[in-house]
Design a protein around this ligand. Structure first.
Ligand code: 13P
Length: 256
């Protein structure tokens, strides 16, 4: 079996004012535990990327990601940012397809397929989110729902490109609700996702894919979630806004 290093990404969403963002990042850099190969990323509001870059560069152990970008390099898209802009700032990761983008900004699987392609073409790492709403889970159709999201947004990629994507399974009913998927539910879906990629791209690609779990990950449940064989870490919302909580989650990943 391939040993995959863990990943922990904090998704700040639209939270923290400027001075709080600086303070939190300084705190994390100063108190980071031994990582044991764990990757740590902060997905921050784009306006803070440049300032936070000079803080994380102090030890080079934390990466920064944008929370979204457009599928075009430039043009008349007021309010948007492009993968080309991120690349030019030496920002190498970007979240795509978060359920909040899908729901509030009508991002379709097709639009996301264009974004993923563009992000990869600039050599950036997409952190690609998928996950089902509660109504789909209640009908027990979550596997079909999530694999359809992946098929429509990812399957146009080559095996080499897919291998560069980090996936995040985030059941919508567990986001910001305090209601976490059980470790068994997370494992079950992650195994479904890995098997789906295996069928299309082969075992060598599938067994190396990083698949994060997101949805009310916190300092208390992280170790149990991360102990599951197909859960390679977490995409953390609320708990990433508190330095102590986020540091404990990073430790859980590093020790798992
Ligand atoms: P919470 O951890 O606040 O549930 O958010 C999860 C999430 O959406 C991360 O992208």
């Amino acid at each position: 079996m391939v040993k995959r290093n863990k990943w922990v990404a904090g998704n700040w969403k639209m939270n923290l004012d400027y001075s709080s963002a600086l303070e939190l990042t300084n705190n994390l850099v100063a108190n980071l535990p031994g990582l044991n190969g764990t990757s740590v990323t902060l997905c921050v509001p784009a306006v803070y990327l440049d300032a936070l870059k000079s803080i994380v560069n102090k030890n080079g152990l934390i990466q920064l990601a944008a929370q979204n970008c457009h599928s075009e390099d430039k043009g008349a898209f007021t309010g948007e940012i492009s993968a080309a802009m991120l690349k030019s700032m030496d920002i190498n990761q970007v979240v795509l397809g978060h359920s909040e983008r899908r729901e509030y900004f009508n991002e379709s699987n097709k639009f996301l397929s264009e974004k993923v392609f563009k992000v990869l073409s600039h050599g950036l790492t997409p952190i690609f989110c998928c996950g089902e709403p509660l109504s789909v889970r209640e009908e027990n159709k979550q596997n079909e729902f999530v694999t359809n999201q992946l098929e429509e947004s990812i399957f146009h990629l080559s095996a080499e490109e897919v291998a560069k994507v980090v996936f995040a399974y985030e059941p919508i009913w567990a986001i910001g609700t305090g209601r976490t998927a059980s470790a068994e539910q997370a494992q079950e879906m992650h195994a479904v996702i890995r098997h789906f990629f295996e069928q299309k791209y082969g075992a060598a690609v599938a067994e190396k894919l990083i698949i994060l779990y997101g949805g009310s990950v916190n300092a208390s449940n992280a170790a149990t979630l991360f102990s599951m064989p197909d859960v390679d870490g977490g995409l953390v919302g609320g708990a990433s806004l508190q330095a102590n909580d986020f540091l404990q989650i990073i430790s859980a990943a590093a020790n798992s």
